[in-house]
Design a protein around this ligand. Structure first.
Ligand SMILES: O=C(O)CCC(=O)C(=O)O
Ligand SMILES: [Fe+2]
Length: 342
């Protein structure tokens, strides 16, 4: 196997028993070894059914404070059936079990960020302990013909069903947050309808020295709102609160939802796009599926402001924003910093 291929797949790397982690994956981490009073805290739970039907006002207040204080919540009663979630799990597990040659058909091509594998910018770059598959799924015109359309058909159909259902859930939540709570005019947030949608599937193999590596480097999501499905129920996600990394424990079948940079911008800083990262463990593989929603490429993104609420962020064309973002490496919240009016 050529060295560039070895770098593409941690799953391949650990097929031969390894007792120590190769240098390229070793990173200095601020694991919180000291007990901290906030470590017992956990992200709020929001019930989608209640948000729509039941005690909507109470649930709406909970959602509003979750997005202000945490930037994260777990969503239950989201309406996505057990059957869909189980089929999705089987299909994604099956995909990562395919031989490397099969997965390499989808490998990231030079200069691109979509496809299977790691985005390698330099030879001395540290690598995450995880194999990723990232692709844009909407608008249809942006789908790379050799990615989603070429996936095994059973995986493709369940993914398409899942992302179509999530699109509705995302629209409901964006409508509640920006429309009902923040009273932003519909024309400003309906840009999420038929907007940019992308998907990242990640396979994190068990690691002999999990404290030396990172499954996914700390970052905030550049998009609007993200739905994370812990496909095989293994935990590993951590979020940064008051400078401390807090592990996120999710109930089974709940989806983790988080505010991305664009919703932080549109809410003029009221809702927080919080840094998060994925850790790995020595026993169990972990699989996650993140679906990202953002405004249409033709729209302009910027904060909704009033005379008493002056803008804290710049305005930018969505097309330009995506282009700028994809040319940078994931690095904390650096891109959002660049959008701030100083
Ligand atoms: O796998 C995870 O838990 C986190 C994934 C994530 O944050 C991302 O794909 O942006
Ligand atoms: Fe993320």
């Amino acid at each position: 196997m050529a060295s560039s291929e070895a770098a593409l797949s941690v799953q391949e790397l650990i097929k031969k028993p390894v007792s120590s982690v190769p240098e390229r994956y070793i990173v200095k981490l601020d694991h919180n070894h000291e007990p901290s009073p906030v470590q017992d805290e956990t992200i709020p739970t929001i019930n989608l059914k209640n948000l729509i039907h039941g005690e909507a006002t109470l649930e709406l207040q909970k959602l509003d404070s979750a997005c202000r204080d945490w930037g994260f919540f777990q969503l239950v009663d989201h309406g996505i059936s057990q059957l869909v979630l189980e089929t999705l799990k089987d299909e994604i597990e099956g995909f990562f079990r395919l031989p490397l040659e099969e997965k390499m058909k989808y490998k990231i091509r030079a200069g691109d960020v979509e496809g299977y594998g790691a985005v390698i910018i330099s030879e001395d770059q540290k690598l995450d302990w995880g194999d990723r598959f990232f692709m844009i799924t909407n608008p249809l015109s942006r789908r790379k013909p050799y990615l989603l359309p070429e996936l095994p058909s059973s995986l493709r159909s369940i993914l398409e069903l899942y992302i179509a259902e999530l699109q509705n859930v995302a629209m409901t939540i964006v409508g509640v947050l920006l429309g009902k709570v923040l009273k932003i005019e519909k024309r400003e947030w309906e840009v999420f309808e038929d907007g940019m949608q992308s998907v990242r599937m990640t396979y994190y193999p068990p690691c002999p020295q999990p404290d030396l590596v990172m499954g996914l480097t700390a970052h905030s999501d550049a998009t609007g709102i993200t739905f994370l499905n812990q496909v095989n129920g293994v935990h590993g996600l951590q979020i940064k609160k008051h400078g401390i990394w807090i592990p996120v424990n999710v109930s089974s079948n709940a989806l983790v939802v988080n505010i991305g940079d664009i919703l932080e911008i549109m809410s003029n800083g009221l809702y927080k796009s919080v840094e998060h990262r994925a850790t790995v463990n020595s026993e169990k593989e972990r699989i996650s599926l993140a679906v990202f929603f953002a405004p249409k490429f033709e729209s302009e993104i910027g904060p909704s402001v009033s005379p008493t609420n002056p803008p804290l962020y710049k305005k930018i064309q969505m097309e330009k924003y995506v282009e700028d973002f994809f040319t940078r490496k994931l690095n904390g919240k650096s891109y959002l910093e660049h959008m701030k009016i100083k």
